[in-house]
Each structure stands twice: as structure tokens, then as C-alpha cells.
Design a binder for this molecule. Sequence first.
Ligand code: GLC
Length: 536
Amino acid sequence: MPQAAWWQTGIIYQIYPRSFMDRNGDGVGDLQGIIAQLDHLVWLGVNAIWLSPIFPSPMADFGYDVSDYTAIHPLFGTLADFDALLEAAHARGLKLILDLVPNHTSDQHPWFQQARASRDNPKRDWYIWRDAQPDGSPPNNWAAYFGGSMWTWDAATKQYYLHSFLPEQPDLNWRNPEVKAAIFDAVRFWLDRGVDGFRVDVIDRMLKDEQFRDNPVNPDFVPGRDNLAAGGAQQRVYSENQPGIHALIAELRAVFDAYDDRVLIGEIAYSTDPTVITTHYGGSAAPEQHLPINFALLLLPWEVEALRAFIAAYEAALPAGGWPNYVLSNHDQPRIASKLGDAEARIAAMLLLTLRGTPFVYYGDEIGMHNVPIPQDQVQDPQGINMPGTSRDPERTPMQWHDGPNAGFSTATPWLPIADDYLTVNVEAERADPHSILNLYRRLIAYRRDTPALTLGAYQALDSGELADTVLVYERQHENQRVVVALNFAADPKTISLPAGQGRIGVSTHMERSGETVALDRLVLRPHEGLIVEVV
Ligand code: GLC
């Protein structure tokens, strides 16, 4: 078996740079702040950090509207700061992953400024322009992800341009080879500098139907945040996942493969259908993504049966050599501890860190950060402004480092409010508390790292009999090592009966019982307790 890659055995930690640590006192996080806190990540035990975009941007979508792909936004620092971060991360054995936003630029990007200058500008075709319908209406019915039409009228040149998200985020025309060359060059710019990979924003949406046919409406759509992830008001059959997308991603992958050991991670459609995810690995002749992101854990109902069924289907659907991955939350999704509850968030952490595949940890989840309610008139997220009730600000608030002013995040008023609970929910307090979720994360990460069955081993569901709908049980096995994971989703104690044998508790979500010897045919789980048991 070939040696596993770092992105297979490692844990990827997502930093939202605006909210991690502010070093220059302007209320917004920056690269020097990340450098100052790298030791937290080393202590925690993660292996790689992924930074949401840090490039120049008017911040209409907080960095997901890029106006220069090969520079650093002055809010975050300079290219020299970036190089210092890369060096400091590598010196600590941490990999650094950047966020590539190839589907669209900012409307302030010089490319778009040129494109909109006149119909015959050489950059015109770098974006997607169409004439109005005879009655002046947009070319088709496509609905933008942030509300309204995907088309905005450009009065000066009398055509509509396409934007999947905000009008300030015009979509690039990936059918134009010059666009491809320009973005591939930007990728090489960072890979040449030593960056270890990219997470690629909405990678499966880069191509649009060549005939721009109307999307059918989604008959099941109920407005509300939960339904956005699953697609929204339209079935996006002509604006996502178009023929040709796999060949295009394979070309992008080839750019990565010209370097050693880099990772290509793609944000694909949020789906609980494993085959939607597994089509994105590509074959051995034309590999595509190393890690097409699997969002199922944050989409599925938090129920044992649903999770067990998904994991089985996902495992079965993975192509040969396709490596799985799991995510609990990110900068677009509610905090897991708010969504599920604090006790459940601990079970979720054990699940995430014991399944087969690469775990993604969103900053702050390791201390159990909660959504921070923000009144509608103070919402900053454009999605939440355009579609009240769908703001992503609550999960993007500043990291809580200690119980001092602004939770140690900044000396200035932070760009988003600090959570009310920061006096107790913070890194310093939780480091000192052996039962904290932070120490649970650290313990799980260390145990995983030291246990080949967890990093490399096979996954097999185990039968929890009558308790099949309350206790999720599975085994991970590598060579002679067998590890059983049992997660009690219920608020009362449960005893499960596995085939007879003895085990030794490695980790309990309650942070007790380590080393305790247990009989597998009478395995007692306390309320909301998860156990990792090594079979002895
Ligand atoms: C992705 C990002 C999200 C952003 C959108 C537009 O879904 O994760 O934060 O708003 O793309 O770039």
C-alpha cells in the first residue's frame, strides 16, 4: 500500500481570517494574528490550515469577490506577511491551503472593468454577456444564490452579465481559454511560493449551459436557511454540473500534479446523495479532486439511522483510491454546538474524528463556539441582508481566546460582535478545564494520530440491535488493531451488546474512564456519551 498522503491522515482546520486574531488593532483579523496563534493549532494537533480568501477584495462577499488573485488584501497584511506565515506554518509542520474563487471575480477586478468598458474590448468575452429578451427582461430565469436574478443589466453596453451570486460578483466565462490560462497562472503563483493546496469555491458551477436554458422550479422548496444549501428555489440543472466540468477540473488538477504533494479540495453541491460527491474524484486516467467536500453530516437529520445509512452508502460509492472526508460546519453554516446542543457537539466531534477520511474542523468549533445572534439592521453578510433569516454572520464571529476585553481577539471593536458566553467559552479557560470540549478535541486528535486503525483503517458498521436508532456503533480496523466507536445519541444511559470480547477505553466524550477495561457484550454508555474502545 502506498504511503498515505498528509491530506489523508491529517486534519484540516479552517480559519476565517477576518475573525481569527487581530494583531494590528483594526477590529479585523490578519495574517500576523494567525502567525501569533499558530501554537494553538500545534497544541491542538491539527495538520493543515485552510484560509478563507485573503486576496484584495472590495468585500462585497467578504473576500469571495476577488479583485486581484496574486496579492494580499492590505486588511490582512502584505505578501511579506504571507511569506512569513507560510514559513512559520511549515516550521511547525503545518500545511497551508488557500481558497481559490474561480467561478467569479469582483466587479472591481480590472478584467471586469475592461470587459464592461465596451462590447469589443478584448476582455469582454472573459465574462458572460447576453442580450435582453425582446421585452427587455433577462435572458433566462436563473435565480442568484443570494436572491434576485443571476443577470444584471449593463446600461452602458446594453447587455446583461451573469452572476451566480451578487451583481458585484460577475461569473467568469470558463469556455474562454484565456480565462483558464489566467486562473491557472494564479494557482501556479501560489504553488510556486510553497502553498500546499487549494480549496476551490463552487468548483462544480464553473460551466453554464451553452444554450442558457431556463432552470425548472423546485416544487419542494420552502424558503428558509436550511433549504438554501440543498439548492434553493430552482433545480439548477442548467447552471451547475454541466457537461465538460469534469474535463475542466481534470485540467486544473494537472496544474497541481506538476508539483509534489499538493491537495485539490473542491466545494461541490451540498448533497446527501453520495454519488453526487463521488463523481468528482475522476478516474486514474484523468484524476479530478483529491477531496470533493462531503457536507452530509451537516445536512442530514442528526439521527443514528440517517447517519449510518449515509456512511454505508458513501463508503460503497467511493471509487478505487477515492479518499473520504467529513465536515461538521463552515463559514456558511450554523455552528454545530448551536444546531445540535453542547452535549451533542461532543458526540459530533467524536464522530468526525473517528470516521474514515479527512476531517475538516471549523475554527472555534473546538471550543464549542455558538452562533451569535445579530439584529437584522446590523447584519453584514449580503446573503442575510438580501434574504433575512439566512445571515452567515452568526458563525463568523471573532475567536474567543480568553476572558479579557474582546475575548483577546482585538484591542479595537471587532467587526462582528463577540459572543456573550466568551467569559467561559474561550481557549484559555477551556485549556485549564480537563473536561472541556477543547480538551476533548485535543484528546481525540492525539488519539487518532497515534492509532493507525483510525487514520488508515477500514470502516465497518456494527449492529447495536434494539438500540439501532439511538446508538451508532462501528469498528475501524488496521492490521491487528481493532477500535470500536460507540456513540449514544440519547439523553439516558444505554447498554449495548457487541460480540463478546474485552476492550480498553481510549477516549470518552465525558473525558473520564480512560484506560478502563470493559466487556464488549455489556458496554455501558452514559447519557450522550461516546466511547472509543480498543479491542484487546
Ligand atoms: C461559496 C463560499 C461562500 C461564498 C460563495 C460565493 O459557497 O463558501 O462563502 O459566499 O461561495 O463565492
